[in-house]
Design a protein around this ligand. Sequence first.
Ligand SMILES: [Zn+2]
Ligand SMILES: [Zn+2]
Length: 413
Amino acid sequence: MSTADFLTNLFGKYYEDNFDRIISPSNLRKREFGFMFFKYGSIIRHLSFDDENQLKTFLAREAPSDVFYSAAYYIQPAMPKMPMKGWEGCDLIFDIDADHIETSCKNEHDRWKCQVCGKADKGIKPDKCPICGESKIEELKWLCDTCLDYAKLETIKIVEDFLIPDFGISKSEIGICFSGHRGYHIHVESEVVKKLNSQARREIIDYIKGGGIDPELHGLQEIGRKKLITGPDTNDKGWGGRITRNVIKFISKLQENEILMEDKSTRKKLLTLIKEKQNIINSLSRHPPLWDVMRNIDINFWFLIVERAINMAKGEIDEPVTADIHRLIRLPTSINGKTGFQVKPLKLNEIASFDPFSDSQIFEGQMTVHTSDVPTFRIGEETFGPFKDEKVELPLSAAVFLLCKGVAQILKT
Ligand SMILES: [Zn+2]
Ligand SMILES: [Zn+2]
C-alpha cells in the first residue's frame, strides 16, 4: 500500500466515525468548497453542497487530505468563475501563523534542500541556493511549542485587545480554531463585517498592525511656553490607551543588559528609565497621567519609546488572508493534511490552556514507519526524535504526522 492510500483510508475512516461531530459552516448552501487529496497535486474547488448530510457523506467517501470552504457567501457558489458566483458578503478572517512571526526556533527545526545541487541546511529556506544560486529549493517547515505559543498569544491579543474592545465585536460572533499546523484562525461572523470590501478590510489590517500611527494625534505633545509634555491615559480608547499601557509594559521589562547596542544618548536616557522605573510607571499610570517625568526625558525620546511600544502592541496577522474576500479557509473539525492534526475549534476561554500537540490528536494505535531526517517533536506527553534514516515504532498520531510531513514512509510488506 502506498502512503497516499494509507492516509486516504485513515482520513476517510475519521470522517465516517465522526459523522455527527463534523461541523458544517453557517449558510452552507452559499459557501464554495475546495478539497485537496493525497493522490492529486492540486486543489479541486468550485464545489457546493445542499445540506450538511451531503457534505459529510462526501468527506467520508472521498477522504480529502484538506477541506476548505469560502469565507464568502455566494448566490451560486459552484459556478466556475468568480464573477458568475454572485458575491453576497464575506466573514472577516484572520490568520495568525508562525510563518509570519519571527521565532528563533525556526533556525533549529526548519530544513531546506536545493533541488539542483543537493545542498541542504537547517533554518529558514533562502531565496536562492548559496552554492549554485538556483531557486528550486524544497523546504520542511516544522512546528514546536515555541512557534505555536507565539501564535497563540498573538491570537488572544487580536481578539481581546482589538476585536472586542476596539471593534465592538461580541464574543458570540467570534470563532477561533487551531489551524492544525503552524497557527490559529479567527472567524468573525457578523452582519457588520459581511459587506466590507477588500479596501475596508485592509484598513482593519492597518489598524491592528499599528501602521502609520502618529502619537501626537493621540495626545503625546508639548504644550504651552514651558513645553510641558502631555500624553494619552491608560484608560483612553483605541491606540491612545494601548500606547500608554505598552509604554509602561516596555519600561517594566527593560533591563540594563538589553540596551548595550543603543547609541550613547539613547542609552543614557534608557538608563534613567531603568533607574526610575517605579516612579515613572506610577506617573504614567495616574489619571490623568504625568508624562513630564524627568528633565532629560524629552518628547523626542518619548516618540522613540512609543514606537517600540507600538511594536509590542501590534497584532501579527497574514494580510492577504484578511484582505481577500474570496478566500477559502479550513473547515473546523476537518483534518489538516500537512500534519494529520485536527483543525480544532476553540472557545475563547479554552485557548490559553489548549495544547495542539495533545488536544488536536485524533488517531489511536501504534505504527512502525521508516523515517528520513526528522527534527525532535512532541505528541502528547512524549517527545520523539531526532531520527535519521531508521525504522521506528510510534503512536499512530506521531507516525501520521511524519507521513503527512513527508519525512517518513510506510514499510513495504
Ligand atoms: Zn544549489
Ligand atoms: Zn518552533
